[in-house]
Design a protein around this ligand. Structure first.
Ligand code: F6P
Length: 415
């Protein structure tokens, strides 16, 4: 194999996570240390940074400061939700990307994100292949939604899952203190996949958790839900419910849309969900007259670096590192993913490569056998799957009792 010499560019895209920077750091550090890679650039706000010729020179960062990326939440390079058009319809963006690649002699392209970002990575990869421009394109997975195809799990999921499980355990304690009774409804992210919401079941596994858990894999019936809540509340004077933002009725209408008919959409056509906990709380209050609280975990669940899983942090770093190592070794057009193995009963995570064509835009759902037959709870299979991923507490540095996060200089790159 001939060594491909040239610059590398790394971008982050889509909704962030508390460990996405661990992956970016894995890629940046490995690229800075590589003999084949001549320069390392960061994209300001994902692919928009390339389109707008807005790259940062990562070699200008202090290596010790850069290392704080591993424990800093959210996309330190900046993110975007920008859909590249089908190149058969409009090549404008691709021509511009190629122009910028040539300008900086970019031969390595790393894109860190979820389904939509893998779509971007796949399109760029295929365009470069078709146009004979030698450039190794690798996807580095990230999504709290855990819905990328192929891979056993996605960087970012476990930390958000750990936060949700912890929060449900804590809220359980708070929501049961009064003798006057209370109904609490917690809303988790995850769009069309229920992985994150299912993580609430880890609280039940520890003995005190949600009475009802609803995932988008199963149609939601408001009347059935109301009857269940009334029954539990009548018996226990409390009811704790965890719902996924993406639950929908049998016609496919999001329950969140019952409250907001004109939901904003991003450039990939995804509705900006949210507001479900408040809607359901209000509805259930009307039906029961009970004291009801709706809690939307919203951004808290995906930037809770203080509650991140060290396993997730280490695996995220490994994904970024593996993308660079594989690309330098001649691999292109792949996404780095994970495969789990049990060695003497111990969980082990191995890197596995997946075709970008397969992962782009495919959503992996929670298997139905991990959801109970009433569609309002989660089975042991999910607990067994999830537990190894949330092990270990983050080694975040604290200064003055507060977390120490990275501060990048973001020096603009010159050609
Ligand atoms: O990218 C995943 C995700 O966090 C989803 O769980 C959520 O629905 C969505 O992003 C929110 O997107 P935004 O940050 O654009 O509001």
């Amino acid at each position: 194999m001939s060594i491909l010499k040239g610059a590398a560019v790394i971008g982050q895209s889509g909704g962030p996570s508390s460990v996405i920077n661990a992956s970016a750091y894995g890629a940046i550090k490995t690229a800075l240390e590589s003999d084949a890679i001549t320069r390392v650039f960061g994209m300001c706000n994902g692919i928009k940074g390339i389109l707008e010729d807005n790259l940062m020179d990562m070699s200008k960062e202090d290596p010790e400061e850069l290392a704080f990326m591993k424990y800093t939440p959210s996309s330190a390079l900046g993110s975007c939700r920008y859909k590249l058009k089908d190149p058969d319809e409009d090549e404008t963006d691709y021509i511009r990307i190629l122009e910028i690649f040539k300008k900086y002699d970019i031969r390595y392209f790393f894109y860190n994100g979820g389904n939509d970002s893998m779509d971007t990575c796949n399109k760029i990869s295929k365009f470069m292949l078709r146009n004979g421009y030698e450039c190794r394109c690798m996807g580095i997975p990230k999504t709290i939604d855990n819905d990328l195809a192929g891979t056993d799990h996605c960087p970012g999921f476990a930390s958000a899952a750990k936060y949700i499980a912890t929060s449900v355990m804590e809220v359980y304690r708070d929501s049961t203190v009064y003798d006057t009774g209370m109904i609490t409804i917690i809303e988790c992210m995850g769009r069309h996949a229920g992985w994150l919401t299912a993580a609430a079941a880890l609280a039940n596994y520890k003995g005190r958790g949600a009475d009802l858990i609803y995932l988008p894999e199963v149609d939601f019936d408001l009347a059935k839900f109301t009857a269940k809540v009334k029954e539990i509340y009548a018996a226990k004077k409390k009811c704790l419910v965890v719902v996924s933002e993406g639950i929908h009725d049998k016609d496919g209408t999001f329950i969140a849309e019952y409250a907001n008919k004109n939901m904003a959409k991003d450039s990939f056509g995804h509705a900006q969900l949210g507001g479900l906990a408040a809607y359901l709380a209000n509805y259930i209050k009307g039906e029961t007259g009970a004291k009801v609280r709706g809690i939307e975990l919203s951004l808290l669940q995906r930037c809770a670096a203080h509650c991140a899983s060290q396993t997730d942090i280490d695996e995220s770093f490994m994904a970024g590192e593996a993308a660079v190592v594989n690309a330098v070794n001649g691999i292109t057009d792949k996404m780095v993913g994970f495969e789990r193995e049990y060695v003497n009963g111990q969980y082990k995570c191995n890197v596995k490569l997946f075709d970008l064509t397969i992962v782009a835009n495919t959503e992996k759902k929670v298997p139905l056998e991990w959801i109970n037959k009433d569609g309002d709870g989660v089975e042991q299979g999910f607990i067994d799957y999830c537990l190894p991923l949330i092990q270990g507490q983050t080694k975040l540095t604290y200064v003055d009792g507060l977390p120490r996060f990275v501060e990048l200089k973001k020096v603009k790159a010159e050609a």
